[in-house]
Design a protein around this ligand. Sequence first.
Ligand SMILES: [Zn+2]
Length: 222
Amino acid sequence: MAKRKSFDEKSKGMHKTRKLIIDTVFGKEDNTQRVFGYEKETEQKREVGETWVDGDGKEWRQEKGFKTIVTEMDDVRDFLHKLSHCSKEDCKTIQYSWADKKLISKTGMCATCLSKFETPLRADGSFPFYEDYKITNNKLAYIRDYKDKMEEALRGVKQQMEIITEDGKVEKWEWQVDIEKVKEDLKKDIDVAYDAIEALLLRKAALEEKLIEFKHPELIKK
Ligand SMILES: [Zn+2]
């Protein structure tokens, strides 16, 4: 399974401690004392394929080198399918070219469907507003995701943590930081995220009005 590259890329400018918290809470592999300042306490080996329920009632399964929340797997499969198939129901493209695949991952449509979709928008002048609308929605989705992760981190962060290593061992770590300070920082980040969401929602609403003006209510996302 691929690493969560896009989130990592997007979070490059993030405060180092915050990034480490996220990576820790969401189970990145490189959970070593060198990086996190946790002190190892106990070890328990998990076999690949083994499932178990943790102290918070979450179900886990040991994969080769990483763990997943079992109930999330269907969503992931769905998501991967969407990433690699044209979203138009009347799509006639049988075999995707390299260009089709690139466009599908970027726009959700193959080259033929995308051109059919965009031509009228370019003709009536609504295209720039539609583009802006798409970008605004993407930003909104990203910042909401970021906020959710922060909130989950805030709930999940604690002095002691259970971490699964690449070879399937369970390790308990004691975190040598001021946990209250960490929580304070997270709360500040969450506040910033809420402000950003508010601003983006205003922009989204204005662009939706514009799309209605252009008689394209079908472009509005619910
Ligand atoms: Zn298509």
